[in-house]
Design a protein around this ligand. Structure first.
Ligand code: PEP
Ligand code: MG
Length: 508
C-alpha cells in the first residue's frame, strides 16, 4: 500500500516497522520502593557532580540528600497524587513554603529548593523513559514528544513516519537537523501500519509491505568546499548549519555553525560546568577556523517544560530570573572553552534590551547575537543594533507568537502577511549588522525563496537541506526576486502568498 506525505528529510530507506501508539505517561501507580530507587540514582548523580569540589558544596548537597532519604518526605509524596512527578513537585513546594514563612535566611533556602525541584523532576522524567525503541527500525506514530524524538535518535531509528503535520514543532525539527528520513502528515498511518511488517520511505511516499524489498539507500549528506551558494546572476548566499547535538559537528565541513541548540544537552543530563566546557571546547576545535554559535539554553514553557513555579517563562528570561545558577554554569563553560576565539553566543527569546545588556556583562570579549523570534524584539531591532554583533531570525517562534497559535498545531502556518511584515521591518532596521535566518522558513522551499527576495543573504539550515537549498538558490535571479518580494508585501492573505511562491518555485 502506497501513501503520500510531507517530506521533512528526503531519502530512500527500507526497514521493519516499529509502532509507537502510546504517548508519554507518568500516571503510573508507583510504589515507595520505585521512588527510593529513583532518588538514590539522583543522589549518585549529585555526588558525582561535587566530586573534587569545596567542602561548602558537599554541605549544600548533603542538605538535599537528607531530604531525599527522609521517611517523612517519602510519605508526603505517597499521599499527594497518582501522578508521580506532580506529587514530588507538591511535596517539595510544601517544604519550600514552610521555609519561606521563617526568617530571611530561610527565604533563600526556599528559592534554592525550587531550583532543586526542577532539576530533580527533569532527572526523574528522563529516567522514567528507560526503554529504547527498536534499533534500526522505522518508527510510526501519531506524533512525538521531544523526549521521544531524542530517544528515537539514541535508538538509531532509521526513519520516522507521523500523522501530525506540524512542520515546525520541536520534535520534528530535531529529526530534520539530525537528518533522519522523515515523512509527516499521513492520516491514520498508525492503524494502517499495524497490518504490515515493513515499510519503504521514498522521498514523499511510503510503501507498506510484508515482503522484504532490496533497495540502494540514498545517502542524505554530501560535502561542499565553499560555504556560499550563488544565484543564477551571481548573488552570494552564505550558508551556515543548525545542529542540536555535539556529534552532528562531525558531518559539518567548511561551514559555520549558525545555531547550536544546547537545550538538548540539558535534556540529556549535561548540566555541569565542566561537562559543558569539555563539549564546547571539543566542538570549537573540530570546527576551527569556522565559527561555533552556541545558543544559551532555551528552556521552559512550550520548548522544554521545566519551570514548575512559572510554566510560562522561556529562554533568556527563565535563565535570568528563575535559574541564574544554570546560566552562570553555561556562561563560565563557554568562556573557558573559547580558547581558539571562534565561539559566538546567541540569546534565545529576547524581548528587551536589558536582558541583552545583562548577558553581555557576563561574556566580555565574546561576540553576542540575539534571536529575533518574539514580535517584541522584531519591533525594536534598531535598539538592539547598537549593542549586539549579529541577529538570527527564529521564524518558528516569531510566527507562533505573532499569530497566537501553537507551532505544533495542525493549523499553524508561517506565511501570514503579518509575519512577513515583521520580518521585513526587522531586517530593514538591522543594517549594517549581519542578519541571518535559523528558523525553519529558511529550510522550506518557498520560505527560502521569500526570504532571499527580501534581501536576506545568510541562512543557517539543517545539513539535510543543503542539497535542496543549493538547487533552489542557483535558479534564482534579481528580476524574479524583486517580483516576488513586491507580491509578498502587497498580499492580503496567506493563501495568496503561498500560491504566488509555489508558482515561482514550479517555474524555476
Ligand atoms: C525559531 O524559533 O525559529 C528557532 C530557530 O528556534 P527553535 O526552533 O529552537 O525554537
Ligand atoms: Mg525559537
Amino acid at each position: 500500500m502506497k501513501l503520500k506525505g510531507i517530506v521533512i528529510v528526503s531519502s530512500k530507506v527500507f526497514g521493519e516497522i516499529f509502532i509507537l501508539d502510546k504517548m508519554e505517561d507518568f500516571n503510573n501507580d508507583f510504589e515507595i520502593k520505585d521512588i527510593e530507587n529513583l532518588f538514590e540514582s539522583y543522589i549518585d548523580y549529585l555526588l558525582e557532580e561535587i566530586n573534587g569540589m569545596d567542602e561548602k558544596y558537599k554541605e549544600y548537597v548533603n542538605f538535599y540528600v537528607n531530604i531525599l532519604r527522609s521517611k517523612s518526605f517519602l510519605q508526603m509524596i505517597k499521599n499527594k497524587d497518582k501522578n508521580l512527578l506532580k506529587s514530588i513537585s507538591l511535596a517539595i513546594d510544601e517544604i519550600s513554603d514552610k521555609f519561606s514563612l521563617e526568617n530571611e535566611h530561610y527565604k533563600d533556602i526556599s528559592i534554592e529548593l525550587k531550583f532543586f525541584k526542577n532539576e530533580l523532576l527533569d532527572f526523574i522524567s528522563g529516567k522514567l523513559e528507560k526503554e529504547n525503541f527498536k534499533e534500526g527500525a522505522i518508527l510510526v506514530a501519531k506524533n512525538l514528544t521531544i523526549r521521544q524524538s531524542l530517544k528515537a535518535i539514541k535508538s538509531n531509528i532509521k526513519g520516522v513516519i507521523l500523522e501530525t503535520n506540524a512542520l515546525t514543532s520541536h520534535p520534528i525539527l530535531v529529526l530534520k537537523d539530525k537528518g533522519i528520513p522523515t515523512i509527516i502528515g499521513i492520516e491514520n498511518v498508525v492503524e494502517i501500519a499495524k497490518n504490515y511488517k515493513y515499510v519503504l520511505i521514498n522521498n514523499d511516499e511510503v510503501e507498506f509491505t510484508n515482503e522484504k524489498i532490496e533497495i540502494i539507500e540514498k545517502p542524505v549528506y554530501i560535502s561542499f568546499q565553499e560555504d556560499q551558494f550563488k544565484t543564477k546572476d551571481g548573488i552570494p548566499i552564505k550558508i551556515q548549519i543548525n545542529i542540536d547535538f555535539p556529534e552532528e559537528i562531525e558531518k559539518v565541513k567548511n561551514f559555520d555553525i549558525g545555531l547550536f541548540r544546547t537545550e538538548y544537552l540539558y535534556l540529556n543530563g549535561i548540566i555541569s560546568k565542566n561537562e559543558q566546557k569539555d563539549i564546547y571546547e571539543e566542538m570549537s576545535h573540530k570546527i576551527y577556523p569556522k565559527i561555533l554559535t552556541i545558543r544559551l539554553f532555551d528552556l521552559g514553557s512550550d520548548k522544554v517544560p521545566i519551570s514548575v513555579e512559572n510554566p510560562n517563562i522561556r529562554g533568556i528570561r527563565y535563565l535570568l530570573y528563575y535559574n541564574r545558577e544554570l546560566l552562570n554554569k553555561q556562561i563560565s563553560a563557554i568562556r573557558l572553552a573559547n580558547k581558539l576565539k571562534n565561539i559566538k553566543v546567541l540569546i534565545p527569546m529576547v524581548s528587551s534590551v536589558e536582558e541583552v545588556l545583562e548577558i553581555k556583562k557576563l561574556l566580555e570579549d565574546i561576540e553576542v547575537g540575539i534571536m529575533i523570534e518574539t514580535p517584541a524584539s522584531a519591533l525594536i531591532t534598531d535598539r538592539f543594533k547598537k549593542i549586539v554583533h549579529f541577529f538570527s531570525l527564529g521564524t518558528n517562534d516569531l510566527s507562533q507568537y505573532t499569530l497566537a497559535i501553537n507551532r505544533s498545531d495542525i493549523n499553524f502556518q508561517q506565511f501570514h502577511p503579518s509575519v512577513f511584515r515583521l520580518i521585513y521591518y526587522s531586517f530593514s532596521k538591522s543594517k549594517p549588522k549581519p542578519f541571518s535566518v535559523c528558523g525553519d522558513m529558511g529550510s522550506n522551499d518557498i520560505g527560502l525563496i521569500a526570504l532571499i527576495s527580501f534581501g536576506i543573504r545568510i541562512f543557517s539550515i539543517p545539513i539535510s537541506y543543503l542539497n535542496r537549498a543549493k538547487e533552489i538558490i542557483e535558479k534564482l535571479d534579481k528580476k524574479v526576486l524583486s517580483e516576488i518580494s513586491r507580491k509578498i508585501i502587497t498580499a492580503y492573505k496567506e493563501e495568496e502568498i503561498i500560491k504566488c511562491l509555489k508558482f515561482y518555485l514550479d517555474s524555476l
